[in-house]
Design a protein around this ligand. Sequence first.
Ligand SMILES: O=C(O)CCC(=O)C(=O)O
Ligand SMILES: [Fe+2]
Length: 200
Amino acid sequence: MEALSLPKSWNVDQILDDLDQHGFTVIDHAYPAEYVQQLMQECTENLNRFRDAAIQNGVISKIRSDHILWINEDLEIAQQHIQALQQLVQIFNATFYLGIKEIEAHFACYNAGEFYALHRDNPQGKNGRMISTVYYLHNEWQDNWGGKLHLQDKNNVWHTLEPKPNRIALFQSDLLHEVLEAKHQRLSITAWLRSDTPIL
Ligand SMILES: O=C(O)CCC(=O)C(=O)O
Ligand SMILES: [Fe+2]
């Protein structure tokens, strides 16, 4: 994959229209197979570095039970996904005047039995998260494996999104959503497009 171009399968007009009308969109077949394999390898090679997401700054939360690894420069393959998102940021800023400056991202692993209860990524506009993106990178996902993303759109309509491999779900960070309990290991990269500089 070329590092600095928007992948060909991303339909920008559709993405902008969906975000405008519904506050969310889905990009399927996001990346070429070769890149998907490299990303999967980088993720699985680093699984031993994932930490309990429920513990942030020593505070334990009961609303999520997944495991995460923040993405820095050392995760070079994942960085290419972030670069692709940077291309979208330029388009979002030009179209919606969101003033997005930064992307923060982590890998996430939900093992069987793990979930993320109902929440907003940016409740009451308290942080700079404008758009949330989730890329699903497991090789396979079957309908009865749970782990669905349940999301209320900007018109208050609920949607159930399958965490299909090579799919990106993109939504306004102020929208209510949850990850239903996974029955199999569910791997993803969550990235937030932010209008401020995150303190990690
Ligand atoms: O993995 C997903 O489908 C959503 C994850 C999520 O809501 C989050 O990390 O804030
Ligand atoms: Fe979330």
